[in-house]
Design a protein around this ligand. Structure first.
Ligand code: ZN
Length: 240
């Protein structure tokens, strides 16, 4: 996957649907780099680091995740950066860090509805050895919002109501007018179909409309402008 420069300080590596690897982002600041989402495995994280190196960018000084889902957090343990997560995300990660990763335990969680079929299939595809999975919490957690000053650019980490999950955080980079959404714009898999909750989608659209940005980096789709993104979400809303 290639690393693309989106704006002056922002880079992203595109998503890869094969093993459900989400897009990963990077903010290049004078005081260091900030990585957005950790990847679905140490291999995914390392792949991103190689891309940074090819582009003469230093490894991240900070790394934060948008929510607790495996594909955004299972690379956390592999980083040497200072790690940050929303309080709700860290609580989920703490819970998951006690889970056992083998076929029997995974099947049990699938049957109990703790894991979706979609995640179940893609975890098996990403990991040839399930025992390689490590779940770690972030070192720093926050509630509401926090701002990281990277010298010439800042990153605002903030909670957002989302139709996708209860622990969504987005990263806002005001100088570049960019927002990193993670999966906050996504619906939820119910068996074969992905379903939006109308109340949550309404609240999400309202909140996005109030935030200033030009480009949105999405977890599992190419980046979009604010207009195109909101147009798409409103179309989904009309269909509900
Ligand atoms: Zn997700």
């Amino acid at each position: 996957m290639k690393l693309t420069k989106l704006t002056e300080h922002i880079y992203y590596m595109e998503h890869d649907p094969e093993t459900d690897r989400p897009a990963l982002g990077y903010i290049k600041g004078k005081k260091g780099g900030f990585m957005m989402d950790a990847g679905n495995s140490a291999a995914h994280y390392q792949h991103f680091l190689e891309k940074l190196q090819e582009n003469k960018l230093p490894p991240p000084r900070y790394l934060s995740v948008t929510h607790s889902h495996w594909d955004h957090t299972f690379g956390l343990w592999a980083t040497e950066a200072v790690t940050i997560a929303g309080e709700k995300t860290n609580k989920e990660l703490e819970k998951m860090s006690h889970w056992t990763w083998d076929n029997t335990s995974m099947k049990q969680r699938l049957d109990a509805g703790q894991e979706s079929e979609f995640s179940h299939i893609h975890i098996q595809r990403e990991y040839s050895h399930l025992s390689d999975i490590r779940v770690r919490t972030a070192e720093i957690s926050f509630n509401g919002s926090m701002t990281i000053d990277l010298g010439d650019v800042t990153c605002i980490l903030r909670d957002i109501v989302s139709p996708h999950c209860r622990d969504s955080v987005v990263f806002l980079i005001p100088q570049d007018e960019v927002i990193f959404l993670g999966d906050s714009y996504c619906s939820v898999p119910e068996g074969e179909v992905w379903v939006y909750d109308k109340v949550l989608l309404t609240a999400y659209i309202d909140e996005l409309e109030r935030i200033d940005f030009r480009y949105a980096i999405k977890g599992h789709h190419p980046p979009q402008t604010k207009e195109v993104l909101l147009g798409e979400l409103k179309n989904e809303w009309k269909r509900l």
